[in-house]
Design a protein around this ligand. Structure first.
Ligand code: DX5
Ligand code: ZN
Length: 218
């Protein structure tokens, strides 16, 4: 049994002078999730936006806020993003901090939690956390920028993590992020993914309704 697919468009590819409008574009397609990319200029070589922007978006939106923290010290910002209205907060495995305590803290603040791994990070690094999370996010590009090509060498990792999920009867979502479109997303679906972040391909889609309909049928 696979979980039904969820499309989580990333407003990193939206209009940064009018992010509320980009969130409305997503809601207008009757989608439930929006993906919010938070960057600190250290863990990734780019900056995006912070809790104040998330709080402002929250005022005009009932979407599920899937908040992806690309931060060296995510534990320092969990409370701020929970307070800003995030529904799910995901944190990377690569930096050194207390991952288990931070995952627990996210739940204690009333949010779902997620653990994220970069394309070159082995699946084994997140295995100890599988029973503690609501979502595993497999990066399918090196994080930091939208519009990069999908890395097909991550498909095996999806199969591995989905295999662990099945063997152990776990129910976390398996999300992919980076270079996802209807072709690469379908490959990820076949490898076990059920939650699809899409920035460029969603906002640039000529027929967005057809895009959404196609993915919903996976
Ligand atoms: C990359 C971000 C992604 C990004 C995806 O660092 O984590 O969420 O917005 O953008 P596309 O779909 O354009 O690769
Ligand atoms: Zn992301």
């Amino acid at each position: 049994m696979s979980l039904p697919p969820i499309l989580a468009p990333s407003i990193l590819a939206g209009d940064h002078a009018n992010l509320a409008e980009s969130a409305r574009v997503i809601a207008d397609e009757a989608l439930a999730w929006i993906h919010l990319d938070i960057m600190d200029g250290h863990f990734v070589p780019n900056l995006s936006f912070g809790p104040q922007t998330v709080a402002a978006l929250r005022k005009g939106s009932t979407l599920f806020f899937d908040t992806h923290l690309m931060l060296d010290e995510p534990h320092r910002y969990v409370d701020a993003f929970a307070k800003a209205g995030s529904n799910l907060i995901s944190i990377h495995i690569e930096p050194v901090y207390d991952h288990a305590a931070t995952l627990a803290r996210i739940r204690a603040r009333g949010c779902q939690n997620g653990i994220v791994l970069n394309p070159d990070t082995p699946a084994s690094t997140i295995e100890p956390y599988l029973t503690m999370v609501d979502l595993v996010l497999v990066m399918t590009v090196q994080p930091g920028f939208g519009g990069q090509p999908f890395r097909s060498d991550t498909l095996g990792k999806l199969e591995t993590i989905d295999g662990w999920r099945r063997q152990r009867d776990l129910t976390f979502r398996l999300e992919v992020d980076g270079g996802i479109d209807l072709v690469t997303g379908r490959q990820c679906r076949d490898a076990g993914a059920d939650t699809f972040v899409a920035g460029t391909s969603f906002f640039a889609a000529k027929d967005r309704q057809a895009y959404v309909r196609t993915m919903a049928a996976w």
